[in-house]
Design a protein around this ligand. Structure first.
Ligand code: SF4
Length: 280
């Protein structure tokens, strides 16, 4: 048996995998000495959603978008809202197969019949299966439709650089104001900041979401730091400040008080022109 190690270059975890082993995201594995996408074309969800549900508030409002999800995620947020697909992989999760061409065909039909904008890659973390996003995005572009990504943004620069030209809009989570916060969720703060800046520079419409978890990132200084970073990229980037509800491993924390969200939104508005409260 080979004990060669393949290193994944998709995200800052840099998983080192022996042949056949899966990465921490459960969506990638070592095969033939390389790390490949194991969730390619394995679909857990497909739905025509309002664009506002992504959330994107300033990108073709009122229109629907076909939304596709697979499984796997490279973060470990204790408050995950989608752990049934994000924290599972392999045979733990029910999937159906779909090719990029087949999804683009459905997206095209829904565009003609129901005003569908294109295809949104969402529900789990789509960039752990970036090869599928890339191939779908090319098919979607070829039909004159739009590509939208909803992501934690915690990926390596080379990967997002290559994908950015294919993306028309993105909602990226900026979960907290520092590496200390990202240590809690298993991510890399600077990588997420870089993804937001890269997508914006590439001409992609970017909105940012911050889930406010009581006692973790609900201080004025936290949202001020987040808003200051976003403003350094562009003060026009919309920020969605969203409400936490107990989920996954964080079941004994209370929901975020609405008054807290309003207070933090006012703080963010001193730096950003478009701040919204959501998930209330
Ligand atoms: S994308 Fe997955 S396999 Fe690759 S480094 Fe990140 S967690 Fe590991």
């Amino acid at each position: 048996m080979s004990d060669a190690i393949a290193i994944c270059e998709t995200c800052p975890r840099h998983c080192r995998l022996t042949e056949g082993a899966f990465g921490a995201c459960r969506a990638r594995h070592a095969q033939g000495g390389r790390v490949v996408c194991a969730n390619y074309g394995r679909i857990t969800s497909l739905a025509l959603d309002p664009i506002e549900k992504k959330p994107l508030a300033f990108f073709h409002p009122g229109r629907p978008i076909l939304s596709v999800g697979s499984y796997g995620c490279n973060l470990r947020c204790p408050f995950c809202q989608n752990d049934g697909i994000s924290q599972r992989g392999g045979d733990d999760v029910a999937t159906e197969s779909a090719t990029p061409a087949a999804l683009a065909e459905i997206a095209g039909r829904l565009a003609r019949e129901r005003g569908n904008l294109g295809l949104a890659y969402t529900y789990n973390e789509p960039l752990v299966g970036w090869e599928f996003v890339r191939d779908c995005a090319r098919e979607i572009r070829a039909r004159g439709l739009l590509n939208v990504i909803v992501s934690n943004g915690c990926v390596k620069a080379e990967m997002i650089d290559s994908l950015a030209p294919l993306l028309d809009a993105a909602n990226i989570d900026l979960k907290g104001p520092s590496q200390a916060y990202y240590d809690w969720v298993g991510g890399d703060f600077q990588a997420v900041c870089r993804t937001i800046a890269t997508l914006h520079s590439a001409g992609c419409h970017v909105e940012v979401t911050t889930l406010i978890v009581p006692g973790r990132n609900d201080a004025d200084a936290d949202i001020a730091a987040i808003a200051s970073f976003i403003a350094s990229v562009s003060p026009e980037i919309p920020l969605h400040i969203t409400r936490f509800f107990p989920r996954f491993r964080l079941l004994d924390a209370p929901p975020t008080p609405i008054a807290t969200l309003r207070r933090l939104a006012e703080t963010a508005r001193t730096r950003l022109s478009r701040v919204l409260i959501g998930n209330c």
